[in-house]
Design a protein around this ligand. Structure first.
Ligand code: PMP
Length: 361
């Protein structure tokens, strides 16, 4: 007997990361596969960030600062909030899990639109919460329907902007109306993991909403635009009382020394980060147009990925792309998500898509 694990954990599906290029190569006998399955940047760390990581190595015999005070301070200044309004976590996934642990008891409810980030249901199941899943409307978060689904037992509602996997956004005005409609007994988590890639003018800075809504927490990450997915740094911004509760669920020293140094250096190089993001946005428009020219339906992409809502051929299309050396992210019976890469990587995706022989839909 291996002890007595909680039944809820035994029933929990493991988080499903994007498949590696090596796995696709082994399965399909292809060489030089490219992974476009996890919405990673196609660039390595900026030189100043690599330097900061190298300089941190000699400190690795010591515990890092549990409170990540220097990073917290820099983020507070960057976002324009007080120091006690920022929590740092191990990736924004870490922060999202901390939020669910801090706020949701067994049998209480977590609300979201669906499909969305696949970790939300896992976190809900971890605490044995009920899930309220409101369907997207035309691939977009349906905020009026989500607001209507929130009841007295709903402790957390996720709003993902841009949404993963569809890449769609809702306007800041719509989020303001949603917050006005939601009771303040429900914490609204605005997941802005892909915020830096948004160029839709309907989306403005969401942080002013914090002034009117103490039940709003905004989460962001260094994994996407900052290109530091492997280091695990995310953060939450919100009311100091909410932040204090979120902080209590942080695993001791979860934000490691190299991660703290790299994130600080990346914040200091925000202009260079924006140049890279601009390249991704330009490539995203090119891929979107290329897809539409070929006859594919794809909603306006606002993250660093495109979405093909192909329904029941999603899994087959995912396998067919892998056979042509491109690892995308199929969501069975829903669609396929493909990360925007550099120009050469995107051209490989478009060529692979053509070569699959799957007709545009
Ligand atoms: N939110 C969304 C919507 C995501 O897509 C992801 C990663 N795929 C995350 C949060 C978590 O990213 P990380 O933990 O690397 O910050």
């Amino acid at each position: 007997m291996t002890g007595r694990p909680r039944p809820a954990i035994a029933a929990l599906p493991a988080y499903r990361p994007g498949r590696s290029a090596a796995a696709a190569e082994a399965d399909h006998g292809v060489v030089d596969a490219i992974k476009l399955a996890s919405n990673e940047l196609p660039f390595g760390p900026l030189p100043s960030v690599a330097g900061a990581i190298a300089a941190g190595i000699e400190h690795l015999h010591l515990y890092a600062d549990h409170g990540a005070s220097a990073l917290r301070q820099a983020l507070a200044a960057h976002v324009g909030v007080d120091l006690d309004q920022v929590a740092i976590g191990a990736g924004s996934a870490g922060i999202l899990q901390q939020i669910v642990l801090a706020y949701v008891d067994t049998s209480e409810e977590v609300a979201m639109c669906w499909p969305s980030f696949e970790a939300y249901p896992v976190f809900a199941m971890l605490v044995e919460a009920e899930q309220i899943r409101v369907p997207l409307r035309d691939e977009v978060f349906d905020l009026p329907a989500l607001a209507a689904a929130i009841g007295p037992q709903t402790k957390v509602a996720f709003v993902t902007n841009p949404n993963n996997p569809t890449g769609t956004v809702v306007g800041t005005d719509e989020i303001a109306a949603f917050l006005a409609a939601v009771p303040d007994t429900c914490l609204v988590v605005l997941d802005e993991a892909y915020n830096e890639f948004v160029d839709d003018p309907r989306v403005a800075d969401s942080t002013p909403l914090l002034q009117q809504h103490a039940n709003l927490v905004i989460t962001r990450t260094f994994s996407k635009a900052h290109g530091l997915a492997g280091l695990r740094v995310g953060y939450a911004v919100g009311h100091r009382d909410a932040i204090a509760m979120i902080d209590r669920t942080l695993v001791p020293f979860a934000i490691n020394e190299l991660a703290q140094r790299a994130a600080l250096a990346s914040l200091a190089a925000v202009d260079e980060m924006r140049v890279r993001v601009a390249m991704v946005i330009e490539e995203r428009a090119r891929v979107r147009d290329a897809l539409r020219t070929r006859g594919w339906t794809t909603p306006d992409p606002q993250g660093n990925f495109v979405w093909l809502p192909v329904g029941d051929v999603a899994s087959d299309l995912g396998v067919a792309l892998e056979r042509h050396g491109v690892v995308a992210r199929p969501f069975p019976d829903v669609g396929v998500r493909i990360t925007i890469s550099d120009r050469a990587g995107n051209d490989r995706f478009l060529a692979a898509l053509d070569a699959t022989g799957v007709s545009p839909r």
